[in-house]
Write a protein that binds this ligand. Structure first.
Ligand code: AR6
Length: 182
């Protein structure tokens, strides 16, 4: 369900409430851990829906540091690719958590550009098991994405895929201040 859609230049940005494994975009962004070998939450849902070939490809990557991201195929998912971003574990906010979370969004957009991708959907990285405060995370997600759009001119559509109405409201509050309705 689309909650809000805004246009900034040639790019459409949307807040939707959905299960990210159902979205037919060029890439969905997973909230992974540093092993890249799967886990619970959205990571577990993506691995279940993609099938075992996904974890087989992830094993070849040798993990990923916090704040960075890696791209794989999407296998049985409707999405062509999965971008596995490793968000920070929240530990009070003074250990570089905001910078690391921001870096996840920027790195995902860089990977889209490097692979010529047009559409991507972000999960709300770090806001579940990793306990990043959802309001602060939504601000970082939207602000970083908008700031980084110039580094990813291949991208024409960005979805902030929220799993709850509350998460969607937090993203909507920030995104509504930008661009024009579409
Ligand atoms: N579609 C969209 N969003 C979802 C879905 C889904 N199917 N399922 C959950 N979410 P989390 P984290 C939302 O805990 O905090 C894993 O075990 C959820 O409501 O999945 O970055 C990894 O392996 C929340 O808003 O990721 C890591 O070990 C958001 O996704 C660890 O959890 C992120 O919650 C990463 O923790």
């Amino acid at each position: 369900m689309t909650v809000l859609a805004r246009r900034i230049g040639d790019v459409q940005l949307e807040v939707v409430v959905a299960d990210i494994t159902t979205l037919g975009v060029d890439a969905i962004v997973n909230a992974a851990n540093a092993s890249l070998l799967g886990g619970g939450g959205v990571d577990g849902a993506i691995h279940r829906a993609a099938g075992l070939e996904l974890v087989a490809e992830c094993r070849t990557l040798g993990g990923c540091p916090t704040g960075d991201a890696r791209i794989t195929n999407g296998y049985l998912l409707p999405a062509r690719h999965v971008i596995h971003a490793v968000g920070p574990v929240w530990s009070g906010g003074s250990r570089g958590e905001a910078e690391a979370l921001s870096s996840c969004y920027r790195r995902a957009l860089e990977l889209c550009q490097a692979n010529g991708l047009n559409s991507l959907a972000f999960s709300a990285i770090s806001t579940g098991v990793y306990r990043f405060p959802a309001d602060q995370a939504a601000k970082i997600a939207v602000h970083t994405t908008i700031d980084a759009l110039p580094i990813a001119p291949s991208v024409a559509r960005v979805i902030f895929c929220c799993f709850s109405e509350r998460s969607a409201a937090l993203h909507t509050d920030v995104l509504a201040r930008y661009g024009s309705p579409c």
